[in-house]
Design a protein around this ligand. Structure first.
Ligand SMILES: Nc1ncnc2c1ncn2[C@@H]1O[C@H](COP(=O)(O)OP(=O)(O)OP(=O)(O)O)[C@@H](O)[C@H]1O
Length: 514
C-alpha cells in the first residue's frame, strides 16, 4: 500500500514536471508543433494519470485585474513554503510591511499536505511569441499556478482545501498589510464640476491599547466591543443591517482621543480615513468620498462641533473662501445653483452614512470626536447612529499607572500614594501627565521623574486653587458692585420721589392759589 501510495505520489509529481516541460516548450517550439504537443500531452496525461490538475491564472479574461484567488494562493504558498523552496522570487508589493515579498519562483514545485493528503503546487510563466502591442505591462507574460492531486480526493481538495488556502491567504495578507492614513483634499472646481479624492500616506502611529492610559475595565470594554464587531458578519447579515459601528469620543483636549483612534486602527488592522468635512463642498462629493472608502476601515470626523454648525450647515467661513475662487461666470452660475440645496448638512452626512454603507459590503467604523458633547445635535448622537460613547477625561490614578509602567518600567513606588492623592485633587490631562513623567535626560531615574510629576501636580493644584480664589473674589466683587449699583439706584429713585413729591406740593399749592 505504501509503495502504491508512493508511486501515485511520485506520478503526481511527475505530472507536475510534465507540465513544466510543456510550459517550457511553449517558449521554444513553433506554434503548429506546439498545438500537436498540447493535444497529445493532454490526452496522454489524462489517460495514464489518476491525477487532476487545476490551473489558476494570474489575470482573468480581460487581464485588467489580478485574480483574487491567485493572489490569496500565492500569499498562502509564500507564507507556508518559502523556507522549503530553493528558488524564490522577490517582488516589491505596494501595501506590504516588508520592503519586498518572497514567493515561489517560476517552475518551482512545492508539496503541501491537508488532512493527510498530499498536493503539489507549481508556478509557471509563459511568454507567447507575439508582436501584438498592448497597453498592459504584464500582457505578454502569462503566469499561472497549477494544483495537482489524486482524483480520489477531488471533493476534499476542491472544497475544504481550496477554501482553507484562500481564507488563510487572505488572512495573512491582512496581517501583513501596511495600514494607510487617508485624507481628503479640498475639492477643486473645473468649469462647474467639482472633484475630490483621497490621498494617503503610510499609517505608522505607535499607539496601542497597551500604551493607552485609562482604566483597565473601560479599556477592556472597548476591546470587547471591537472584537464583537469584527466577528459580527453573520449577526449583521441576520438582522439585515449594515456592518458598521459608530463611536463618539469626547473629552477635553489632550485626553487621548487621537491616541484612542490610532489604538483602534492598530488593533483592528484597519485603514484610517480622516474626513475633513470643511473641505467638502456638497453632499454629492461627500457621498463619493464615502463610497471610495475600502472595507475594514475607520472613518474619522474630528471636532464635529467645528465642522458643522448646530443647524447642520457648513461653516460660513468656507463659503466666503469659495466665492473668491469662483471668478469664472460659468463656474459662478454652477456654484449658485449648487448653493441652493446641496450644502453639506448634518442630515446629508447622516443619510450618507446610513444609506451608502447599507449598500456596501465589508465592515466600517465611524468615529466622531468632540471636545464639547453638549454642543452636538441630538440627532447625531442618538442610539443607532452612535452605538457607543467613550468619554476620555482627566488622568486618573489607573491611567497614571499605565504611564509609569510604559515610560519608567515601574509598577509600584513609594511616591505612588502621593500621586494618587494629588490626581484626586487636581485635573491634569493624560497628555500633561505623560509630558511631566517622561525623563528629560538619561540621568533622570524613576524617582526623579515621579518627583517631577508630583511637583507639576502640586503646581497645578496651587494654580487651580489660586484660580478658584480669584474667581470667588471676582464674583464677590461683582456681587458687591451689583449691590452698590442697586443701592445707588434705590437712593436715586428715593430722591426722585422726594423731588417729585415736593414739586407735586408746589402744583397743589399753586392749584390752591388758583
Ligand atoms: N489616554 C492617553 N494614553 C496615552 N497617551 C495619551 C493619552 N492621552 C494623551 N496622551 C498623550 O498626549 C498626546 C496628545 O494626546 P491626543 O492627541 O491623543 O489627545 P486628543 O484628546 O486627541 O487631543 P485634541 O483634542 O487636542 O486633539 C499624545 O501624543 C499622547 O502621547
Amino acid at each position: 500500500m505504501g509503495f502504491v501510495e508512493d508511486l501515485w505520489a511520485k506520478s503526481g509529481s511527475i505530472m507536475a514536471t510534465i507540465m513544466f516541460v510543456y510550459a517550457m516548450s511553449e517558449k521554444f517550439l513553433p506554434p503548429h508543433l506546439l498545438a500537436y504537443l498540447r493535444k497529445y500531452t493532454h490526452k496522454l496525461a489524462s489517460f495514464v494519470s489518476p491525477y487532476i490538475q487545476i490551473i489558476f491564472h494570474e489575470f482573468g479574461g480581460e487581464r485588467l485585474k489580478r485574480s483574487d484567488a491567485f493572489t490569496a494562493i500565492q500569499t498562502y504558498l509564500s507564507a507556508n513554503s518559502s523556507h522549503r523552496v530553493r528558488r524564490l522570487k522577490a517582488e516589491v508589493v505596494k501595501d506590504s510591511q516588508t520592503p519586498f515579498v518572497l514567493s515561489m519562483a517560476d517552475n518551482e514545485e512545492i508539496t503541501d499536505e491537508f488532512q493527510g493528503v498530499k498536493v503539489w503546487w507549481t508556478s509557471t510563466s509563459t511568454t507567447p511569441k507575439t508582436q501584438s502591442f498592448s497597453f498592459y505591462p504584464a500582457s505578454d507574460e502569462k503566469r499561472f499556478l497549477t494544483l495537482s492531486f489524486h482524483k480520489r480526493y477531488r471533493d476534499l481538495i476542491t472544497g475544504p482545501y481550496l477554501k482553507h488556502v484562500i481564507d488563510e491567504g487572505k488572512a495573512i495578507a491582512i496581517k501583513n498589510r501596511q495600514l494607510k492614513l487617508y485624507t481628503n483634499n479640498p475639492s477643486s472646481r473645473w468649469y462647474g464640476y467639482r472633484s475630490t479624492k483621497w490621498s494617503h500616506i503610510v499609517f505608522e502611529h505607535p499607539a496601542t491599547f497597551e500604551t493607552l492610559a485609562m482604566e483597565p475595565e473601560k479599556k477592556q470594554e472597548i476591546v470587547n466591543d471591537l472584537v464583537k464587531f469584527r466577528n459580527g458578519k453573520e449577526y449583521y447579515a441576520k438582522i439585515g443591517k449594515a456592518w458598521k459601528r459608530g463611536y463618539l469620543l469626547y473629552g477635553p483636549p489632550g485626553t487621548g482621543k487621537s491616541s484612542m483612534i490610532a489604538a483602534m486602527a492598530n488593533f483592528m488592522n484597519y485603514d484610517v480615513y480622516d474626513l475633513e468635512l470643511t473641505a467638502v463642498k456638497e453632499n454629492a462629493e461627500l457621498r463619493k468620498l464615502l463610497i471610495d472608502t475600502s472595507s475594514k476601515s475607520i472613518i474619522v470626523i474630528e471636532d464635529i462641533d467645528c465642522s458643522l454648525d448646530l443647524t447642520g450647515q457648513r461653516k460660513k467661513k468656507e463659503k466666503k473662501d469659495d466665492n473668491k475662487e469662483a471668478k469664472d461666470p460659468i463656474a459662478k452660475m454652477a456654484e449658485e445653483e449648487e448653493n441652493k440645496d446641496s450644502k453639506v448638512t448634518l442630515s446629508g452626512l447622516l443619510n450618507c452614512i446610513d444609506g451608502i454603507w447599507s449598500a456596501c459590503s465589508g465592515e466600517r467604523i465611524i468615529i466622531f470626536t468632540t471636545n464639547f458633547v453638549d454642543k452636538l445635535d441630538p440627532a447625531l448622537i442618538r442610539r443607532g447612529r452612535m452605538d457607543k460613547r467613550i468619554v476620555l477625561s482627566y488622568c486618573c490614578y489607573e491611567a497614571f499607572k499605565v504611564f509609569a509602567k510604559n515610560y519608567l518600567g515601574v509598577e509600584s513606588h513609594e511616591l505612588f500614594p502621593k500621586i494618587e492623592e494629588l490626581l484626586g485633587e487636581t485635573n491634569m490631562t493624560p497628555a500633561d501627565v505623560a509630558e511631566n513623567l517622561m525623563p528629560k535626560s538619561i540621568n533622570e531615574d524613576a524617582q526623579t521623574c515621579l518627583q517631577n510629576l508630583i511637583n507639576a501636580l502640586e503646581l497645578s493644584k496651587e494654580e487651580a486653587k489660586k484660580k478658584t480664589e480669584e474667581e470667588t473674589k471676582k464674583k464677590a466683587e461683582e456681587e458687591e458692585a451689583r449691590l452698590e449699583a442697586e443701592k445707588e439706584k434705590e437712593e436715586c429713585a428715593q430722591q426722585e420721589v422726594k423731588a417729585n413729591g415736593k414739586s407735586g406740593d408746589v402744583v397743589k399749592e399753586n392749584g390752591f392759589s388758583h
